[in-house]
Design a protein. Structure first.
Length: 219
């Protein structure tokens, strides 16, 4: 039985809910063929989130990793193609760390997942949930985690697929400057199951994933 690691974030910015964790936690124990999901809530803290992901990855040795985060200003699910080597958010994380305009790592300017993002977005839309490919994972903790996770997985298990999804806020959340288009938690769960299922299907059919290529270069 293979493991799918599915992560979401704790609430941040004074909120009591994070749409990503509300959805991710409901997939804990979900099964697809020979794969079972394990959900993990990550702290909304720059470096600590990457460390927590790495610890769980080494412990679980998953066949795939599906990371999720909340993007309240977006009105549909976004399948992130790239993680960028930059932080430029003025908002502090939950430990009051502000990264500012700085590179995250001495590595390349961006890392690309070779998970077939078009197939993931299509699977989500086929499940009845609006979705698109995104080329900008933001400049806050979500992007920081994504970059750190892709770099880590590339080092320790380059054939393991890993991808990040941004989810809109839930209808119940009251967030300043949030999109008027929201995504209910049941719909978000449906989106995550569709995405995880598509990744599992690729793994089962023998598609080889080479995360970020053998030797990524600055773009």
């Amino acid at each position: 039985m293979g493991t799918i690691l599915i992560t979401g974030f704790e609430p941040f910015g004074g909120e009591t809910v994070n749409s990503s964790w509300e959805a991710a936690k409901r997939l804990d124990g979900w099964r697809r063929g020979d794969h079972v999901a394990v959900a993990l809530m990550l702290p909304c803290v720059y470096d600590v989130s990457v460390d927590a992901f790495a610890e769980a990855f080494e412990r679980l040795k998953p066949h795939a990793a599906l990371m999720t985060g909340q993007a309240a200003r977006r009105g549909l699910v976004c399948v992130e193609r790239f993680a960028r080597n930059v932080a430029n958010a003025a908002t502090p994380d939950t430990r009051s760390v502000v990264k500012g305009a700085a590179a995250l790592d001495p590595g390349p300017e961006r890392l690309e997942t070779t998970v077939p993002v078009g197939e993931i977005a299509r699977a989500i839309r086929n499940a009845g949930v609006p979705a698109r490919i995104s080329t900008n994972a933001g400049d806050y903790v979500c992007n920081h985690l994504y970059y750190g996770a892709l770099a880590f997985v590339r080092r320790v298990s380059p054939g393991t697929p890993a991808v990040f999804l941004h989810l809109p806020a839930t209808p119940e959340q009251t967030l300043a400057r949030a999109s008027r288009r929201r995504l209910s938690t049941p719909d978000a769960v449906r989106a995550l199951k569709a995405a995880a299922g598509a990744i599992c299907d690729c793994v089962d059919t023998g598609l080889q994933f080479a995360l970020c290529g053998p030797a990524p270069t600055a773009l």
